[in-house]
Design a protein around this ligand. Sequence first.
Ligand code: AMP
Length: 411
Amino acid sequence: MNTPNFSELGLSEPVLRALDDCGYTQPTPIQQAAIPIIMDGDDLIASAQTGTGKTAAFTLPLIDDIATRPAGKGDTPLVLILTPTRELALQIDENVKAYGKYTGIRTCVVLGGVPSGPQIDLLRRGVDIVIATPGRLIDLVEQGEMVLDDVEFLILDEADRMLDMGFSPDVRWIADRVPTPRQTLLFSATISSGIKSLASTVQTEARTVSVAPPASVADNIDQQVMFVRKADKIDLLINLLNRKKGGRFLVFTGTKIGAIQVARQLQNHGIKASAIHSNKSQVQRQQALAAFSKGKVRVLVATDIMARGIDVEDISHVVNYDLPNDAENYIHRIGRTARAGRAGVALSLCGIEDIPQLRGVERLVARSLDVQDDHRWHSTRVAACLTASTKAARSRARSGKARGSGSKWRR
Ligand code: AMP
């Protein structure tokens, strides 16, 4: 089956340009499934987890819709996105700003725990999209600062978490005040009876889509970790590349500057390497990818955002030069090796600053990575820090259980 690209999905030029800047080359499955439904104007229940690209799935068509309206923009919001947590609200806002950067779209994040003054000022100046946690939104509606009269799109993101956190009455209160007819989109990792009951009261004839959770780790990937001081990482990597004569290496750094620097240092040591990052044009990126897949370049250094479009066969090693902040990205990264049933190595270079991320990764993959300490840059100090941090976490978990506190949100 042919995968549509973003322009075939009908998105307009300013949005396509922004997606190109983000380095997105192809829509993810949830985007392929949800965007046409949203563009048709239908209500939607989407079962999709974080990491599937769900945020772009609902924000892209809405940004597109607002940006292409001939009548121009009013002052009160057209889109209301409800989320369970402040972190998620801020992340969505960041995404909307990135996707809407050529459209002049105006956003406002409404969340508790911070003074409401700046949020009220922003709302008074006029916004198109509000991203909110339920509690503060209700306060502002009650104070008359948040006007819901013109909202045409209501989005409930991570609806299952909102229900778990006890927000069901708040969500219903808000939905009752968003005028109909409207388009209501509900995204949730799981579709429980609670979600179905919520959907039946806030939606009309919703269409449903469901995508698989992000890929789990294939068995044929050998997951290793090396403890090493940050300053020694480059020497360790060069040594590794010199010892292993063959093989195609994909190296991940946390930042694009990091990617440029690592590629440059490898080149200085006679290793054929190049970096792909968002400062390069689409053509330059494609050239770098082509050189890598033809074997003209042995090492490709990339950031997470650039990696989504990399579909190169025969990557023997994925090296996490920096561990990813989001553990899900570890799975995306290492899934680039061991394609088509072949074996592959995923090697993480862990410094002290990477320890929290390593713990997150180990939690996610539910195992400890194999420690490779047979090299001259092995840092016992980093290894000891990991042990200490794991012990501390275990004891925190034990004392939490002993007091029976658990999460205050869990029922
Ligand atoms: P989400 O599931 O919305 O949290 O998205 C997970 C990650 O995927 C985020 O870092 C997005 O920036 C990224 N992302 C979303 N859509 C795409 C795409 N089509 N291509 C590459 N990356 C994407």
